[in-house]
Write a protein that binds this ligand. Structure first.
Ligand code: NDP
Length: 467
């Protein structure tokens, strides 16, 4: 007899943690994994929660164990594995059963699956927070029909992280791929935040000659202030950790080649489609790509000499620079979400998104409370114009300029922070230089231009002059 309130397919890192979280919150859960031994081991090691976990060996058994109308979470690698699972479930499910893809799907795929004639209901759902978050409270970004979300929202609210005010960090973002889109931008911001932290870490390590322990102390101090966030907190922890094999500081034994699964790249690509300027995120993706070219970088150093030279910058100045860079990066992310909302007709709720990101996810930070408030006041205003953030920027931007200038002069690569500054300077230049671009476009392509005065003439006298 069916006894599970929900089912889950894919007991890897995230699926196993999510299943235990669901069981812990009181919901009996049926689980199935492609490799049956994994299912058995999962059940055997579930401890007190094993009584609420129903292991199954076939998809038929899984389906039979869930009370109709069924809800099944998919936690398998994005892409083909999701399509294969949906295909396998087709003959087994009823029209009002619901499959929830909780992996890191490309939102275009989620749109496609949502539009496909699946013989059951379908939700796309972004889950952030890594294994720890999945186990004890992730941030959850749903996409699909409101009625489908409402059916499972009590479970999602129960397992999600809770913000300081007790609100669950789970919400339906909008139709179809909206949840996975917001999760994608979240990951783009994550890339940028990590890159900016790595850049100031590099200045302290290579410019100032600080050891990892001293850098850890700086991060710990920053975590008490405006920068207080999960990523600063773990940066303090990783710089404080010692390698059990050599006794050296952990960061000093780790190869400087960053991995990626693609969500940052997707964010950068999608931003181009949306004409949304997100240079800090794009720079972070670029930096990961350059980091991967280890041999070329070694050859470059051999040929041209090592770039970074001594460069002492007060950590207090670095802190202010990082605050400005972080605000710029989030402002860009929210602008991109806004552009997508308009393009795809999603009516995405920006303050709600900031709220969902306040806890559980990798980019959680104290600043997100203020961002949620600022966006609630006026969701159409660029975040840098909100009084709270404008005040922080007034202090942080000069620091960012000093840090970037000194760092560049001393050969330290600062792609993300520098792009933040470039963007900010453009954003406060009422008379920019695109008039020159327009003149050139009109010259070679007769594209026309708008004039500053009232004279009605959308083309320049180029042909006449050329003649
Ligand atoms: P893992 O590699 O740890 O687990 C993958 C799971 O999917 C395993 O249970 C595996 O089964 C199963 N699987 C793999 N291929 C197939 C297939 N073709 N058909 C059926 N089942 C398959 O992945 P994660 O748990 O880390 O990630 C799962 C999803 O969650 C991904 O989309 C990922 O991007 C996303 N995610 C991951 C985060 C993280 O921090 N790890 C954070 C947020 C989202 P088997 O045991 O048989 O190999």
């Amino acid at each position: 007899m069916a006894q599970a309130e929900i089912g889950l397919i894919g007991l890897g890192t995230m699926g196993a943690a999510l299943a235990l979280n669901i069981a812990e919150k009181g919901f009996p859960i049926a689980v199935w994994n492609r490799t049956a031994a994994v299912t058995q081991k999962f059940h055997d090691t579930a401890g007190d929660l094993a009584s609420r976990v129903i292991p199954t060996e076939t998809l038929e058994q899984l389906v039979a164990q869930i009370t109709p109308p069924r809800a099944i979470i998919l936690m398998v690698p994005a892409g083909e594995a999701v399509d294969a699972q949906l295909e396998a479930l087709k003959p087994l499910l009823d029209a009002d059963d619901l499959v929830i893809d909780a992996g890191n799907a490309d939102f275009h795929d989620t749109n496609r699956r949502d539009a496909a004639e699946l013989p059951f209901r379908f939700l796309g759902m972004g889950v952030s927070g890594g294994e720890e978050g999945a186990r004890h409270g992730p941030a959850i970004m749903g996409g699909g029909d409101a009625a489908d979300w409402d059916r499972v929202s009590h479970i999602m609210n129960a397992i999600a992280a809770k913000a300081e005010d007790g609100e669950p960090c789970a919400a339906r973002m909008g139709d179809a791929g909206a949840g996975h889109f917001v999760k994608m931008v979240h990951n783009g911001i994550e890339y940028a935040d990590m890159q900016m932290i790595a850049e100031v870490y590099g200045l302290m390590r290579d410019g100032d000659g600080m050891d990892a322990g001293a850098i850890s102390d700086v991060f710990s101090r920053w975590n008490e202030g405006v920068l207080s966030s999960y990523l600063i907190e773990i940066s303090a922890k990783v710089t404080a950790a010692a390698d059990p094999h050599t006794g050296k500081a952990m960061p000093d034994v780790i190869l400087d080649r960053a991995g990626q699964k693609g969500t940052g790249r997707w964010t950068a690509i999608e931003a181009q489609h949306l004409a949304a300027p997100i240079p800090v995120i794009e720079a972070a993706v670029m930096a990961r790509n350059v980091s991967a070219r280890l041999d070329e970088r070694h050859a470059g150093q051999d040929r041209f000499g090592a770039a970074p030279q001594p460069c002492n910058i007060d950590p207090a100045l670095l802190e202010q620079a990082l605050i400005a860079g972080k605000i710029f990066c989030y402002a860009q992310g929210f602008t991109m979400i806004s552009a997508a909302s308009e393009r795809f007709g999603w009516t995405l709720d920006l303050p709600e998104i900031a709220k969902v990101w306040r806890a559980g996810c990798i980019i959680r930070s104290s600043m997100l409370n203020d961002m949620a408030e600022a966006l609630a006041e006026d969701p159409n205003r660029n975040l840098i114009m909100a009084p709270f953030f404008a005040d922080l920027i007034e202090k942080g931007a000069p620091a960012l300029r000093e840090v970037v200038s000194k760092a560049i002069a001393a050969g330290h690569a600062m792609p993300a922070l520098a792009q933040g500054l470039m963007w900010f300077d453009m954003m406060r230049t009422a008379r920019g230089t695109a008039n020159m671009i327009q003149a050139q476009r009109d010259f070679f392509g007769a594209h026309g231009f708008e004039r500053l005065d009232d004279v009605e003439n959308s083309h320049g006298p180029w042909a006449m002059n050329a003649g």
